[in-house]
Design a protein around this ligand. Structure first.
Ligand code: IMP
Length: 500
């Protein structure tokens, strides 16, 4: 006879936290949200720790290099989508790794023999008024000079004059060296009252530009997640088909952590993939999933997964439960798997972090997932709304939206995520193509979300996530108390579209 689970399959919306004693020490400034990203042994520290318990979903419409940089600045990690060619995924990883906070690869460059008319056309295109003059007009050519809007008067110049007539030539320029760190470059900027410092290598080729304004913003990111070489940490999605080619290319590009992306991860394919990676790249960290119960967790933990992702059918763009009738309420799944993780730690001395993936609608769902035991959460819709996501910004009758589509939609055609062995290919949809209201920049939104999480943790008397899990007291809510939880029996002014 089939097994029937005793408890109902519940979602985050069906729970509330009940406050505990808050001491005077439980202030938001004292709350630390750092959390392990990968497996570690009792008494040891994980090799990768998040400073923000949020990662971005392995999806075409969510995680590219821009998202990865923006999120790593806040202390989280993006997993760049794997449903693209190996070369283009590796190139996105390289872009993140090349990006040095405060060091910008110049995207406005011109040759000395180009004309002022060419220069104006370039400025129109890039909107940057400071342009590097290099021998080949490329970002890494030999630096010949710099030209800014202060060097020429638009109504006095002949548009056919060459740029070289007006630029500040290299022998009059103050430059930094690729051996300088950001604070040395910043000292040069201040000492010489510069706005821009070109940074050149020992052959005189342009490597980066450092802008005064970027140094200021670098100081605004105290939680940024960096590797030993001060480059941003970045993750990548892989599948169980082409991993023998994809994984080496991603490692070569500098990826820090991998995650097998699958709608259903309790499979031999995942075990084989993990074994192969561990055999060939002993130190490479790889997450696996998705699963929704203790059995699935133990299988992947035993297979060597460095973290395990939970969630089937809860994603905002997901129609898996409707199409296939499988899945589990996200809250119930997280609660069961968190217990399995703790039991596994007691039994084996290995802590395997768990990630709650999908189904976060309100910010407080993140808090609930963390209280129920998730070490961190993965979000798609949440990040898709931001300026930094890869999808198009669209204006409908004066309101801005971003596009957001599932990996199981015909648009993404990511059949490897839904792989059932055999020949493969895309047979039916498990996701939809949609719009989400545009919400501005990642940083502003994440900061609001985090202040809500910290506020609730403070109400529950917890200063760390481990403490929060121990102290949290949760109650199931009735449908009428859900109604009571929102504004009710009043006419709300300025009803916001985006119900965060
Ligand atoms: P969201 O944060 O609720 O939007 O859910 C994002 C999560 O949904 C992802 O991290 C995936 O686990 C999952 N997902 C992505 N694309 C699809 C799809 O097409 N069908 C089902 N689930 C999907």
């Amino acid at each position: 006879m089939a097994k029937y689970f005793k408890e109902e399959s519940r979602t985050f919306n069906e729970y509330l936290l009940v406050p505990g004693l808050s001491t005077k020490k439980n202030t938001p400034e004292n709350i630390d949200l750092s959390t392990p990203l990968v497996r570690y042994k009792k008494g040891k520290k994980p090799t990768l720790t998040l400073k923000l318990p949020m990662v971005s979903a392995i999806m075409q419409s969510v995680s590219d290099d821009s998202m990865a940089i923006a999120l790593a600045k806040e202390g989280g990690v993006s997993f760049i989508y794997g449903s693209q060619s190996i070369e283009s995924e590796a190139e996105m990883i390289r872009k993140v790794k090349r990006y040095k906070a405060g060091f910008v690869v110049s995207d406005s460059n011109i040759r000395p023999e180009d004309t002022i008319e060419d220069l104006l056309a370039l400025i129109e295109k890039t909107s940057h008024s400071t342009v590097a003059v290099t021998d080949n007009g490329g970002p890494n050519g030999k630096l010949m000079g710099l030209i800014t809007s202060r060097d020429y008067r638009i109504n006095k110049v002949d548009l056919n004059d060459p740029v070289s007539m007006y630029m500040t030539p290299i022998d009059k320029l103050i430059c930094g060296s690729t051996k300088d760190d950001l604070s040395t470059c910043n000292d040069i900027i201040w000492d010489h009252k510069l706005n821009t410092l070109p940074v050149i290598d020992d052959k005189g080729n342009l490597a980066y530009m450092v802008f005064r304004k970027d140094y200021e913003s670098h100081k605004d990111n105290p939680n940024e997640l960096l590797d030993d070489e001060k480059r941003y940490i970045v993750g990548a999605g892989i599948n169980t088909r082409d991993y023998k080619e994809r994984v080496p290319a991603l490692i070569e590009a500098g990826v820090d952590v991998l995650c097998i992306d699958s709608s259903e991860g309790f499979t031999e394919y995942q075990k084989d993939t993990i074994s192969w990676i561990k055999k060939h790249y002993k130190n490479m960290k790889v997450g696996a999933g998705n699963i929704v119960d203790a059995e699935g967790f133990r299988y992947l933990a035993d297979a060597g997964a460095d973290f395990v992702k939970i969630g089937i059918g809860g994603g905002s763009i997901c129609i898996t439960r409707e199409t296939k009738g499988i899945g589990r309420g996200q809250a119930t799944a997280v609660i069961e798997v968190a217990k399995a993780r703790d039991d596994y730690f007691k039994k084996t001395g290995e802590y395997v972090p768990i990630c709650s993936d999908g189904g976060i609608v309100f910010d407080h769902h993140i808090t609930l997932a963390l209280a129920m035991g998730a070490d961190f959460v993965m979000l798609g819709r949440y990040f898709a709304r931001f300026h930094e996501s890869p999808s198009a910004l669209i204006n409908f009758n004066g309101t801005y939206y971003k596009e957001y589509w599932g990996e199981g939609s015909t648009r993404a055609r990511n059949w490897q995520r839904y792989d059932l062995g055999g020949k493969g290919g895309f047979k039916f949809e498990e996701g939809v193509d949609s719009y989400v209201p545009y919400a501005g920049h990642l940083k502003d939104n994440v900061q609001v979300t985090i202040s809500k999480v910290k506020s609730t943790m403070s109400n529950c008397g917890a200063n760390t996530l481990a403490e929060f899990r121990k102290k949290a007291r949760l109650t199931v809510v009735s449908s009428t108390s859900i109604v009571e939880g929102g504004a009710h029996d009043v006419v709300v002014k300025n009803n916001k579209l985006d119900n965060q």
